[in-house]
Design a protein around this ligand. Structure first.
Ligand code: NAG
Ligand code: NAG
Length: 158
């Protein structure tokens, strides 16, 4: 059972990383500092046996309790499309885009502890290893923006 739960959580993240998403394509060009280019992003999310083995191992290291906790968190978010929210959080980490207001509301509803645990998981996946140094700053940045700046302009709104 717990493996199925973890599979659900993990597969959402993996699926997101395995395909190009139109919403991850860069719109406009007002960011002075592009973190990575879109073709680089495609290369980064490409599936590989190395990545899959690595990510499976990350999943195996999670205890039953940790998996259950994460599942509870996704329920507490109480949003119609948690996958989209994960996608937006990834874009925020990787491409410095802002997650939507709905996604932010979900993150805030689930609470800071849940946010921190999810970010911890996300930063352990193979494809995000190169961003490890951003874990703490991005975790704080997203939480702060979502909990205080719900009204901020977002590329996902509308
Ligand atoms: C990311 O976006 C924020 C808010 O738009 C901005 O303040 C920050 O400088 C950006 N960082 C990078 C590295 O582009
Ligand atoms: C998950 O939620 C259920 C139901 O609310 C609760 O009984 C359980 O203790 C929670 N598990 C964890 C690990 O938080």
């Amino acid at each position: 059972m717990e493996n199925k739960t973890m599979f659900m959580i993990f597969s959402s993240i993996m699926i997101l990383l395995s395909f190009s998403h139109p919403t991850l394509a860069k719109e406009g060009d007002n960011d002075k500092q592009v973190l990575i280019l879109d073709d680089e992003f495609d290369a980064m999310i490409a599936r590989s046996p190395t990545a899959e083995d690595y990510n499976e191992n990350v999943g195996r290291k999670y205890s039953k309790k940790q998996k259950e906790y994460l599942l509870n968190c996704s329920i507490k978010m109480d949003i119609p499309d948690p996958d989209k929210c994960i996608e937006e959080v990834l874009a925020e980490i990787i491409q410095n885009k802002s997650a939507s207001r709905d996604c932010c509301l979900g993150i805030v509803k689930a609470g800071k502890e849940c946010h921190m645990e999810y970010m911890k998981l996300i930063f352990q996946i193979y494809q995000l290893k190169r961003f490890t140094s951003k874990r703490f700053s991005k975790t704080n940045e997203i939480w702060k923006r979502c909990s205080t700046g719900i009204g901020a302009v977002s590329p996902y709104s509308g």
